[in-house]
Every structure is written in structure tokens, then in C-alpha cells.
Design a protein around this ligand. Sequence first.
Ligand code: MRU
Length: 354
Amino acid sequence: MRPDPGEADPLNDVVAWRDGHIVAIDQTALPGEFRVLHITTVHELVDAITRLAIRGAPALGVAGALGVALAVRQGAREGWRSARLETEVERIAGARPTAVNLRREVQAAAAAIQQGPAAVEAAAAAIRDTVIGASRHISERGAGYLSEACGTRPLTIHTHCNTGALACLGWGTALGVIRMLHERGELGKVIVDETRPLLQGARLTCWELGQLGIEHYLTCDGAGPFLISQGLADAVVVGADRVAANGDVANKIGTYALALAARRAGIPFVVAAPESTIDEATESGRQIPLELRPEDEVTHVLGVPAAPPGTRALNYAFDVTPAELVTAIVTEDRVILPGRDHCAGSPHPLRQRT
Ligand code: MRU
């Protein structure tokens, strides 16, 4: 079911604070059903995050910040001592380990706890506004970068996972760049990886592109590198869950293969992400914690068995693309060229602000 286009933008509810609790679109139900969750406890929030009802690095950051406000309210209701509140806040921060935005924004909102519930809610609201504002700037900067790098002819962009409003609020990151190219008349079409095992590309990106009226083609993850080798795409544009200080990029499993293919084909591999996804405290991709998720997400497809009973699976949710394969990282503030800066011998290109 699609929301009525005549109503207020339904994507405002991706993650939001309403009447003292969190509302969130249940992304596990899309594209079949548009369902809004009403989350009133830390337990419900952690459950929503771990089963990917709320997902995507920037949206996780917003959910984490709002989660601190929720924990403060729940603590007041249930008479928690400060140690219990700390434990519950840590449960939110640790619900998913790879996207640095989650822990970062939880910590930012938690810094206001001493000033009382209103201050925490204001801090969380400010974080949400910042994330939305950043997405617009990333989209503009990224579209400008691609026009310069590839020309303004209608471009074909290959993307992976879901990086639109559902993942980021506002415009999104990689999908925001694509949307901006579309608005400028510089986009031809989008090639969307299905993004196994949980099909964020097929279920969510195709849904968002359909809502935006953007021409797109779904492809199997395994087909992506070959399609790129055949010259079908002008650039690969993806998001990120964490960017290490040396420019290595953690993103949805399958991203690395696209980066290798893009390098071999000589097309730009562009990462669009907010500054809050850059983790200067993590030296390189080797130190990024990569989430290992339940095996049945791979042995089953949308709940249906796809392998003999007892088959074991390796379900790494993310991979790391080395900086040398990344043509550009576009944030709301700058364009970083990790590949070039690596060639110039700098071990930490991100620390040199342009
Ligand atoms: O497991 P998910 O769906 O949370 O993974 C999301 C991604 O890998 C996105 O590409 C990333 O968070 C960037 S969202 C702008």
C-alpha cells in the first residue's frame, strides 16, 4: 500500500518524536505495507533497531538521540536510578555496532541528561534537524561533483542498499545525490542492487525511486560488477556506515565488489555521507566493528527457506572498501579525495580539512 500523495509527506515519520514517544516507519514491512510504529520503551526501540525496522546510519543516529529522550521519560515513569538509566542508554548505543552515527548521537543527547528531560528532547530534536539539513547539502554537493566528473549528460548511476529518506531522513545521502541529479535533468536512470540478504535495495530503494518517479532497474548483487564492466554505469554512488580516519569506508556487504569493478572500469566510486559518519578515532577499516547478523537471514529469503536445513551461513552485514578505491567522499562540508591523497602518501586524508 502506498501512502496518499495528497497527505503531508509520510516520510516525515521515518523517525520522529511525537507526544512524548518515538514514531517510526517500520521498514521491514515495506514495500507491501506502510506501517508506523509507536515506540514508548527502550526495549521496543532496541528491538526496532536490531530487526532493521529503523535502519541506515543517519536514521540510526536520530533514533539513538531520540532514544535517550525516551529512556529519560521511561526512567522518570518507572523510578530508575541513574545507573539503570546509563545501562539503558548503553543498550541503545550498542544495538548496532558498525554505523558510528548511532553511538555518536546517543552520546551527544546523553550529554544533556543532567540538564533535565526538556534539554535532552531539545538536543535530540536539534540532532534530527542537523541530519535533515546535512542531507540536502550532501545531495547538492554530490550532484555538482558528479556533473564535473562525468559531464551533465543524463547519467546512469549504480547504487547499493538504501540511502534515501528512509535511511537518512530528508533527502538521503547517495539517493539524495541521485534525486538532485534527477531534479537538474542530469539523470538518465539508476541501477539498483537488490542488496541481499535483507533486500534493502529491492524493497526500499526501488520503492523510494518509484515515489520520486525516477527510472530504475533492479539487478542481482552478483550482476553489479559485470554490468559496470560492460559500461552500463557512469558512476557508482553509495552511502557509508563509518568512514575511518584513513578514508576506508564501511558500508553494506557487496559495496567492495562494486568499488573494485568501478576502479577496473575507470568510473568514479563516490561515497555520500554526513560528517557524523566520519570516525577520526578509528584509524583504518581494520578497526571498524563489522556486524555479524543471524544466519537465517542468508539461509532464508524473506522468511522462506532457500538452503537445506542445517546449512551454516556467514552473514556479515557490512564490508570495508579501502580508501585507495574511493574516488571521492562527499559530505555536507567538503569533498574528500581519499584515493588521490593516498597516492600522495598521506595516511590520514580525512584529517586534512579542505
Ligand atoms: O543494515 P542497514 O540497512 O542499516 O545498512 C544501511 C547501509 O549500509 C547504508 O548504505 C548506510 O547506512 C548509509 S545510509 C545513508
